[in-house]
Design a protein around this ligand. Sequence first.
Ligand code: PEP
Ligand code: MN
Length: 338
Amino acid sequence: MIVAMQEKATEEQIDAVIDVMMEAGVNVHRTTGATQTILAGVGPTAGIDLRKFELLEGVLSVHRITSPYKLAGRAFRPEGTIVEFANGAKIGGERVAVIAGPCAIESREQIFAIAACVKAAGGGFLRGGAFKPRSSPYAFQGLGIPGLELMHEAAREHGLLTVSEVMEISQIEPMLPYTDLFQVGARNMQNFNLLRELGQIRKPILLKRGISATIEELLLSSEYIMSGGNYEVILCERGIRTYETSTRNTMDIAAIPVVKKLSHLPIVGDPSHGTGRRDMVPAMAKAAVAAGADGVSIEIHPNADKSVSDAAQTLYLEQFEQLVRELRVIASAVGRTL
Ligand code: PEP
Ligand code: MN
């Protein structure tokens, strides 16, 4: 950490700041300039709240120079993480992963039709919510474990893996037999008790960025999972809330190269929630792959307009098939396969 003192800071003030830094467990290296004194603190600063230093007399500004996350940081695994699944599928390698399925699992017919389409298009992962985080308590809340059983059966029939959202700790255990990739939704990105518990299981986690979370907060949330010993975390950019109202969320494509630089974890793009509009999903899916995403997560449904949730952003199966063909072209243009 770096503490820059004000030009007029007194020796007493500087000494007081040095004392507080040393009490916090960091070694202090002082540089006395002609007009300003700089204090560099070296040591374990990850858990220190820097605002405490900003409040000290004579301090101008305080900066962190090492990242507050250790396990999620790029330096932990400079070569990048590849999450490998039991059937050999990977997320994070050369191949761009395609995750697709309905917003919510609705019926046997629906999920079997979608599974066949995902497989035929070349996708590897079937997604579908069994526990749905709905803004209204009166909206459809999902079929629960019976829905997940249906999705698991459909996925296995087609050699696909399942992705489904876990909303609370009590759902982890019953979901385990049917879920290959546990999704943590945007609304739960900072449900730290849930994250810690997911750190104890040995199944990969798809961690979605919170609705108004910074990239640093996303990475700190992944650190909660990894600090429990589960290093199989995949991040997901799904759009954040901004002042823009043309799209449901503002899909932060730049978050993809930012995460690639800061972290070794794979990241996928979700243009369905990122835009909230069917007509804009393909463009943003292609943008995500072009920007270096390790995969995309797309909501699809044979009767998209009749989806029980997120109908407006759900692609028809033919639209999805067309999109995958286009994504292949983008992937090869950026040195990936799909
Ligand atoms: C979803 O993937 O269906 C979902 C609810 O996403 P998010 O948590 O990003 O809103
Ligand atoms: Mn949805």
